[in-house]
Design a protein around this ligand. Sequence first.
Ligand SMILES: Cc1cc2nc3c(=O)[nH]c(=O)nc-3n(C[C@H](O)[C@H](O)[C@H](O)COP(=O)(O)OP(=O)(O)OC[C@H]3O[C@@H](n4cnc5c(N)ncnc54)[C@H](O)[C@@H]3O)c2cc1C
Length: 315
Amino acid sequence: MIHAEVAIVGAGPAGTACARQLNQAGVNCLLLDKQSFPRQKPCAGWITPAVVVDLDLCPETYPHSFTTFHSFQVSVKGMKFKLPTLQFAIRRVELDDWLLKTCGVPLIQHKAQYIEQVEGGYVIDGGFHAKYLIGAGGTYCPVRRSLFQQQNSLRPEDQIVAMEEEFHYTGADERCHLWFLENNLPGYAWYVPKAGGHVNVGVGGKAFDLKRNSDDIRRHWGLLTKNLEHWGLVRGHTYQPVAHTYYIRHSLKGLRHGNALLVGDAAGLATPDMGEGIGAAICSGMRAAKAIISGGEYDLRTIPKSSIWSIFTTR
Ligand SMILES: Cc1cc2nc3c(=O)[nH]c(=O)nc-3n(C[C@H](O)[C@H](O)[C@H](O)COP(=O)(O)OP(=O)(O)OC[C@H]3O[C@@H](n4cnc5c(N)ncnc54)[C@H](O)[C@@H]3O)c2cc1C
């Protein structure tokens, strides 16, 4: 049995942000992920200035693709305009690997399945024991499944379903495009070019509203890719999209159960207006670490509930 003060299940942004803080404070922790890194994560890779600050991410020293947008090309139900802003984009395959490498805690590749609460802590699959447990395993986090089903159930009306693909594309448009509410999509579609020649395109929306309208995210994916061809943004590409689901923030109740804490997508924290989840994942990971280090409350109340204000900021 391997013992530590804290076991973190999931090495995405939430898990590594937590690991980094704990490691800096000298707290012995284990970091488990079922995948080996670098790993793909379906995500447009848009990050706000707040994320850049929280991560101490310096574009000059960050060793991977980092893109700055001073405006977005926006369309709302077909009404088009250019919105001045200051936002950024990274590639998740790169950022998550970099976060892991720089958090100071080595990865143990292990798929957590059976989690038990025992006297004085938690045991994972009979092989790992810790006093504290962090559920950072994303939407299908086994910590949530094992310990939080009763006290924090995610609501179907907060579920986002999304399809996307990131690929290398020579001659990509340098502008970031966002299309809101097109063709009755209860969400938005995006075209996010990345430094280094990759582009991420996708559609995301509320699963509940799509179902209520007898609609399907695949229909919107089909419309987007057809339009990208038509507008000349992507020509002649054979798509291989991936789909994923996650939850927007509804309640901050029930995210701690004894010494087990949920962070990031495992807690359902993405912003309700834009489905921005990287920022909340990092903030919640850091706050969970802070609660463990200080013995204080796990308090997420000041994590931004919305992304839209950040988009209207140009500095
Ligand atoms: C298509 C799409 C586009 C998005 N675009 C954006 C965007 O542009 N900007 C933004 O801010 N947010 C975006 N999001 C949301 C964002 O990707 C998530 O909110 C964010 O990744 C949450 O981070 P996390 O660390 O909580 O979870 P994750 O990044 O999902 O990491 C969870 C980790 O847990 C591991 N894991 C899972 N199960 C186990 C297990 N049993 N044992 C061990 N390890 C396990 C996984 O392998 C994974 O590495 C998007 C989401 C989707 C689906």
